[in-house]
Design a protein around this ligand. Structure first.
Ligand SMILES: Nc1ncnc2c1ncn2[C@@H]1O[C@H](COP(=O)(O)OP(=O)(O)OP(=O)(O)O)[C@@H](O)[C@H]1O
Ligand SMILES: [Mg+2]
Length: 358
């Protein structure tokens, strides 16, 4: 390509993956290499303001984003990371998109495209002119009569949200090349090359997203508003302590306490059980729809770092449970080794976005 030399000067082959969560921003700069993508640098900003003032979250479930504040925080995170890449790929939170699973006869993609272009609107709860619609073939099977069927995941995102993201990235001096819902990035980085159906529980701050994925593809999803923030809240009110103190206690002790600390896990378990029950519901629906079995569970998002959570979920779900390890899919500077274990569940979405182009 004619402009190749220019691209090289500008750091071509390097991409930013940007995950703007409810209470945090994560940025990774990934570089193309002959082998696995290389993480040149990363940035992680947690906004604690929200803990005391719930309205101050970076995003709210009502789909409103505090644009200017987000621009400032994004700029700060990118600057701090020292990244040079200007091309960014960003994630949209699951709650900003409507996803529907459809089943129809197996046909070439070009035919599915034609059908979706005029049928999609009947599945979308908003005027078709106000949303951007995308679809993915996520499964194939034979029905009782031996006819081949395909499962289509229909994704629609309000245009208003897309333009808000475009504005934010432009104002932050970045070139937004693609947007995708975070479930797709999560599925890509955590399940590529794995043939088994995996249940992923992404415990964020404001919401928990639940996915079933296989070989890098998102096949099914669900969501609950019980998440890391609810765990902190319940500790704060149960022990009558400040939110900030409850947050620290949660991270330090988690479910592993005994004696005096036992109360902490007693307080958190009912909330975790709500999350787990929702995960089981999603799993059962998936298994019924696809006639396949989920064989393992991966915990993702900041909440996956809760001490003792793997063992607890394993006991409740009777499936093998592991903590997400997206850093195993890339290479990174060796001095990062000691912190990778803890960063792992936080960087699932950002890394999943970063490897998309590579
Ligand atoms: N070591 C830890 N132990 C327990 N919880 C933790 C730990 N580290 C982070 N968390 C929790 O993880 C949550 C933040 O997770 P994450 O960064 O994935 O959220 P987010 O992406 O900003 O939010 P959302 O996905 O809801 O928009 C917070 O509730 C925080 O308390
Ligand atoms: Mg998140």
């Amino acid at each position: 390509m004619a402009f190749n030399f220019l691209e090289r000067l500008l750091g071509a082959g390097a991409y930013l993956g940007v995950d703007i969560g409810t209470t945090s921003i994560k940025v990774v700069e990934l570089v193309k290499t002959k082998g696995l993508p290389f993480l040149r640098t990363y940035g992680f900003l947690e906004s604690y303001g929200h803990l005391e003032r719930p309205n101050n979250a970076i995003q709210t479930s009502s789909l409103k984003m505090l644009e200017n504040e987000t621009v400032d925080l994004l700029k700060m995170t990118v600057k701090h990371s020292g990244s040079k890449a200007k091309t960014a790929i960003a994630s949209l939170p699951s709650f900003s998109a409507f996803t529907t699973l459809l089943e129809m006869p197996l046909m070439p993609d070009s035919d599915t495209e034609k059908i979706m272009s005029f049928q999609a609107k009947q599945y979308i709860p908003l005027p078709i002119s106000s949303v951007t619609v995308d679809w993915l073939r996520v499964g194939e099977k034979k029905d009782e009569n031996g006819d081949k069927k395909q499962q289509i995941l229909l994704i629609s995102v309000p245009n208003e949200i897309i333009s808000r993201y475009k504005n934010i990235f432009k104002a932050a001096g970045l070139d937004l090349m693609a947007l995708e819902i975070e479930g797709l990035s999560t599925a890509r980085i955590l399940t590529s090359g794995i043939a088994e159906d995996t249940l992923i529980i992404d415990i964020g701050s404001r919401s928990t997203s639940i996915y079933v994925a296989q070989d890098g593809n998102l096949k099914f999803s669900g969501q609950t508003d019980f998440a890391g923030g609810s765990l902190t809240q319940t500790i704060a009110s149960g022990l009558n302590i400040r939110i900030r103190r409850a947050e620290d206690l949660k991270k330090l002790r988690g479910l592993t306490g005994t004696g005096g600390e036992y109360e902490l896990s007693t307080l958190m378990m009912p909330i975790l059980d709500v999350i787990i029950n929702e995960a089981i519901r999603v799993k059962n629906n998936f298994e019924k729809n696809y006639n396949e079995k989920v064989t393992n569970v991966i915990l993702s998002g900041g909440g996956a770092n809760l001490p003792g959570i793997e063992k607890y979920v394993e006991g409740q779900m009777a499936l093998p449970v592991t903590k997400a390890a997206p850093f195993s899919k890339i290479t990174y500077p060796s001095d990062m080794e000691p912190i990778v274990r803890d960063l792992n569940p936080n960087f699932v979405v950002a890394l999943g976005l970063g490897v998309k182009q590579i």
